[in-house]
Design a protein around this ligand. Sequence first.
Ligand SMILES: Cc1cc2nc3c(=O)[nH]c(=O)nc-3n(C[C@H](O)[C@H](O)[C@H](O)COP(=O)(O)O)c2cc1C
Length: 362
Amino acid sequence: MIPFYDPLRTYEDNYAHGPFGVFCEPSPYVYAGNAQATFLGHSVGRPFGIPAGPLLNAAFCAAAFRHGYDINVYKTVRTRAHPAHPFPNTLAVHVDGQLTVERAEHPVLADDDFRHVTSVTNSFGVPSRDPDEWQPDMAAAVRSAGTGQVLVGSFQGTRPDSGATDREKAYIADHVRAATLVAETGVRVLELNISCPNEGATDLLCFDTPTVVKIVDAVKTAVGELPLLLKLAYFRDDPPLARLVAATRGIVQGYAAVNTMSAHLVGRDGRQALPGQGRDVGGVCGAAIAWAGLEMAGRLATLRDRGSDDFTIVGVGGVRTQEDYAAMRHAGADVVMSATGAMFDPLLGLRIQGVAERARLR
Ligand SMILES: Cc1cc2nc3c(=O)[nH]c(=O)nc-3n(C[C@H](O)[C@H](O)[C@H](O)COP(=O)(O)O)c2cc1C
C-alpha cells in the first residue's frame, strides 16, 4: 500500500505535494453521531488517531480526519523556522522481534527497502515553518476536523544559543511563546513534546523533572484552561516516571507515550545509515517498539490508580492492527494513536472504525 508520507521523497517534497495514496482518494467514512469516548472534554467518534509526526500540515490532517482518524496531532512546531535534517529522514528498520533496551545497545540495520516494512527510523530534527506560516495552516487543520473529531497541536521549546545570558529563563520563555502561538490557532488540546531524541538522546527533557515542572507551570499559566498533554519517552525505571507524574499531574491533563526509542543505525555495509554528524543514532518506531508503548500505558495507568487521579493516557507505539488497538486500550490507554502503522497502512483508521470491511476495503 502507498504510504501517505512517502519516505523516498524529501521532507519538503512531502510537505508540498503530500499526502499520497488513499489519503488523496474519497473516503467512505461518515460520522454516524455515535461518539464512543470523551477526550479531555470533547466527544469523539473513536478514541483513535495519528500522533505528532506524519501529519505535516493541514492537508495531511484533513485527509486523516476524512479517513476515520478522529484525534490527530499536527506535527510538532517551534517558535521559529528550523530546517529538516538532510534526506533521507525515514529508513526501514530491520529488527528480528522487539527493540528491547538490551537489543538497542547493539547496531540495528536500516535501509531503504520498504517492502514488508513494520518499523522505521525517523530523523527529521523537528523541522518547523515560521509561525507566520504554520499558524494559519494549523488553524485550517483545526477547521478540517468534523463532528466527533479533535485536532491536537504539538509544540516544543528550542534551546537558546550557548551565548544567551539566562539560558533556562530563555528556554522556558520559548516554550510559553510556542504554547501561546499554538493556542491562538484554536486547537482543542496542546501537547508538549519533551521527548524529542533530536534534542539529545541521553538528556531528554522528560528525564529532568525540575525543569519540566518550571516549563509546564509557565505554559499553563499562559494558556489557562486549554488541556495540556506531555509527550514522554520510554522510562527504563519506575521511580523517575513516578516522580515526573507526581510533580506534574496537578498541572497537566495527561500523558502521551511513547516517542521513538533510540538505536545505532547501520547500513548493510556496517557503516552509519543516516548521513551527517550526530545521526549515527536515530529514533526507531513501529512494531519493534510495541512492547514499550504497551508497557508505558500500563505503568501510567498504575500510577493513575495509585494516586486516584483522572489524567488522560494516550497510548502510542507499534499499533498496526485492531488487536494492537484493543491491547493498548486494555493496558489502560484512553486514546490510542498510530504513526508508523497508519503511514504504511492508511486504511487503519477505517479498520478501527469498522468501516473498512463494510466498504470492502483491504
Ligand atoms: C515520520 C515521523 C515523524 C515524527 N515526528 C514527531 C514529532 O514531530 N513530534 C513527536 O512528538 N513525535 C514524533 N514522532 C513520533 C511519533 O509521534 C510516535 O511517538 C512514535 O512514532 C511511536 O509510534 P509508532 O510506533 O506508531 O510510530 C514521529 C514519528 C514518525 C514516524
